[in-house]
Ligand binder design. Structure first.
Ligand SMILES: [Zn+2]
Length: 184
């Protein structure tokens, strides 16, 4: 990621998505999150969406995915929980490792999401125009919504507050190693 010009995520879950986004913030790399969703009702497709979102560190029009309201905190917590904790929670009766609403992954929906993202990335890379911060495409009605997130100044990923990891790279890791080695 340190050597990349652009990070593209096409993931099924918010846990790994959140990790990739955090690293993009730390290393100051732009990130494109490509995703889709299908909702079923009694076995029939009710609605379907493709989404293409940009996080560009230090550009206020492109806040992180968390500030865009695109991440489910509960899912992140469940995804990133240690195996030991998962087991403990399962014993305590929590349901983990299953999908609440199983969604069919349909190839045409993936193609729509990939196509929109590839187009936006091409325009960005060629310097033709700035990317749309968040394109939300409805595949049932063939309508597009342009969404705009608002950055939280205290966000630990994209904010400029003192608790932010924005553009810190490995600085705190180096600091931790130094503290361990020097005992202070
Ligand atoms: Zn943020």
């Amino acid at each position: 990621m340190k050597n990349a010009d652009l990070i593209v995520t096409a993931l099924d879950s918010d846990g790994p998505r959140c990790l990739a986004m955090s690293l993009a913030g730390r290393y100051g790399k732009p990130l494109v999150n490509v995703s889709n969703a299908i909702y079923l009702d009694a076995g029939r497709i009710k609605s379907s969406y493709a989404s293409c979102q940009w996080f560009i560190p230090r550009e206020h029009k492109y806040p992180c995915l968390r500030c865009q309201g695109a991440l489910d905190e509960k899912q992140i917590e469940a995804d990133l929980m240690s195996e030991r904790l998962k087991l403990m929670r399962q014993k305590a009766g929590y349901v983990i490792g299953t999908q609440d609403s199983p969604n069919a992954q349909v190839i045409p929906v993936n193609s729509a999401a990939a196509g929109i993202a590839a187009w936006e990335i091409s325009l960005w890379a060629a310097g033709i125009r700035q990317p749309k911060p968040w394109i939300h495409y409805d595949l049932m009605s063939h309508t597009c919504e342009m969404l705009q997130g608002v950055a939280d100044p205290e966000c630990t990923v994209c904010g400029l507050g003192k608790n932010s990891y924005l553009a810190t790279g490995d600085a705190d890791v180096v600091l931790q190693i130094r503290q361990i080695l020097l005992g202070k």
